[in-house]
Design a protein around this ligand. Structure first.
Ligand SMILES: *Cc1c(COP(=O)(O)O)cnc(C)c1O
Length: 399
């Protein structure tokens, strides 16, 4: 049974611009009120006053592991199995390189066409660098289970499809991969902070994810990586940076991997962004993930039902029986212009090519009233065709 949450109280912990209904926290979370003050303190009191002494006096050097543990609680990872740093693209590369080394006699990386392009690009780049004849095999999301065979070295999937919101069964696919002798990498970009995840329970080998989406740590906030505890002393971190060395300040001329998850660190941590992450995670300390998931489904189903009744031109990107993360997506040939018109009217969602309108439902700061107001404005725009104007059709760099 999920704990009862006071969602009005969590909403007060965020700054949301007046008049805006924010349905894009799945892409960039809003500003936690305390983060502005926390970053100011780190800039002025720590950087400003402590200067380089901040690494010791403010404990900056320990933040990647300490914040990793706080994230761990939210994704079913034991203390000491998550560390924060770098971008998600880098962490995908690192996990994949480590995972491939664990299966030297196999050549296939299995993924799906719903994966985010950077994950696939990083795999292609790594394959080219290794030059050992690896193959990236990309199948349709529904065909993954049957594509897991004895040739697969690594199963690399993003749990929730960034476009459609389709959610993989992590437990079943992890089990199938294990039975076939494949290593698993789960990308939790659209899962961490969105729904319950139990990395230890499903026996995931590696996991990676973002902190600027559902965790609300701000634009450019670093990624995280998880390594199954009993693998940590075996894996080679691939990116042998000095802060993943066993003794960085011994300045040893050759690399020795650090203890446990510390070896997955690479270089200097982004301290200002970690200060924002720390404040963002304070909000999560009081969140029950089962309650959050239940609430997210309640809000998103309310929205989906409203769209079906009031804007039938928008076609659901997923059939209703398919499990979904915390976003709802629709297809429309004029999706881009409709979304621009909606944003101009104060409802912020986003668009993913070729024709997807995407709406994220994040219970920390959204209510039924927001869902209903968003539906009113969407219906007005779609039925009145007010999106059909040149300024809404002009493509911006970031969609
Ligand atoms: C958002 C997202 C990324 C972004 O990677 P960055 O390196 O942080 O830009 C990567 N993979 C997935 C699945 C994502 O959803």
């Amino acid at each position: 049974m999920a704990a009862t949450m006071d969602w009005a109280a969590t909403r007060r912990r965020f700054h949301l611009p007046d008049g805006v209904i924010y349905l894009d926290g799945n892409s960039l979370g809003p500003l936690p009120v305390a983060a502005a003050e926390r970053v100011r303190r780190t800039v002025q009191d720590e950087w400003g006053e402590m200067l380089i002494r901040g690494w010791n006096e403010a404990g900056w050097m320990d933040w990647p592991a300490r914040l990793g543990d706080r994230i761990g609680r939210l994704i079913g990872a034991a203390p000491g199995s998550v560390v924060v740093g770098d971008t998600l693209s880098i962490k995908v590369y690192q996990a994949l390189a480590s995972a491939l080394e664990m299966r030297p006699d196999r050549r296939v990386i299995l993924s799906d066409s719903g994966n985010f392009p950077t994950d696939l690009y990083m795999a292609e780049g790594l394959i080219a660098s290794l030059g050992r004849g690896h193959e990236l095999r990309v199948v349709a999301p529904g065909d993954v289970a049957e594509a897991i065979d004895a040739d697969v070295a690594v199963l690399m999937l993003t749990t929730v499809d960034y476009r459609t919101g389709r959610m993989h069964d992590m437990a079943a696919l992890s089990e199938a991969a294990r039975a076939a002798g494949a290593v698993t990498i789960w990308d939790l970009a659209h899962s961490a902070g969105a729904h319950e995840v139990d990395l230890a329970g499903v026996g995931a080998d590696f996991a990676v994810g973002c902190t600027y989406k559902y965790f609300n740590a701000g634009p450019g906030a670093p990624a995280f990586i998880y390594v199954r505890p009993d693998l940590q002393e075996e894996v080679r971190p691939a990116l042998a940076g000095w802060l993943g060395h066993e003794a960085p300040f011994a300045f040893d001329p050759s690399y020795r991997p650090g203890r446990g998850i510390e070896r997955m660190r690479v270089g200097t941590p982004p301290v200002l962004q970690l200060a924002a992450l720390e404040a963002a995670l304070d909000v999560w300390d009081d969140v029950d993930m089962a309650a959050l998931r239940a609430r997210s489904l309640e809000l998103s189903e309310r929205f989906a039902a409203g769209v079906a009744a009031r804007c039938p031109e928008l076609v659901p990107a997923l059939p209703p029986e398919v499990a979904r993360g915390s976003q709802v997506s629709f297809r429309h040939p004029e999706g881009y212009a409709i979304m621009q018109a909606l944003i101009a009217d104060g409802v912020i969602g986003d668009f993913r090519a070729p024709d997807i309108l995407r709406f994220g439902f994040t219970p920390l700061y959204l209510s039924e009233a927001d869902v209903d107001a968003a539906l009113d404005r969407l219906e007005r725009i779609v039925t009145g065709a007010t999106w059909d104007r040149p300024e809404f059709r002009a493509r911006k760099a970031v969609t």
